[in-house]
Design a protein around this ligand. Sequence first.
Ligand code: ATP
Length: 203
Amino acid sequence: MIKKAIFGGTFDPIHIGHIHIAYEALYRLKLDRIVFMPTGNPPHKLKKDITDALLRYNMVKDAIKSESKFTVSDYEINRPNLSYTYNTLEYFNNLEKHTQWYFLTGMDCLMDIQNWNKVEDIFKLCQFIVFNRPNFPAFTMESIRKQKKKIEDRYSTEVIYLDAPLLDISSTNIRNSIREGRRVDYLLPENVSDIIEKFGLYK
Ligand code: ATP
């Protein structure tokens, strides 16, 4: 069976921390594909200062060019409102019935998952691969183990913990650094720096 993981995020902008963890998941778990899934534009009312979805999508597309097992999907950016993870997973499960779907995400999501829409159904549609986030001191190994077990028992699933080294980089820090006129090009895939410069993003 083909094994594909959806890796969702705002990716505003995508950085080498994202690429690195995606590659670790691909390599260590012998996946066939990682599907990067940039979120759509938030509805008007919620509109925070997020870069337009098409630009974020194009940055991801350029960033993953050199790895043939990385792809990007425009599914969520083409929907009028923010998508629920459940809907995205349902769509891809129906589209590719013989693919084993995974959902790659930081531990922060797993801690919060009971509040998600249709959480029980989510675990019927995919298996979670979670990794720790640097700079989240609340997530001790003990709290991660507890939450993992709780989710596994409650939803009859197996959560895969990806014990990979992490790069302490966030899109927020990158945006702030650009605003302050600092260099960030070495934290970004090469093509992404060019797009940021061309469109004058995050100034
Ligand atoms: P922001 O700072 O804008 O909140 P972010 O850097 O956390 O952004 P997102 O686009 O929100 O990035 O994250 C997409 C996914 O990538 C999430 O699952 C998040 O946990 C993960 N992620 C973010 N930064 C890293 C990193 N340095 N290493 C590994 N995974 C990361």
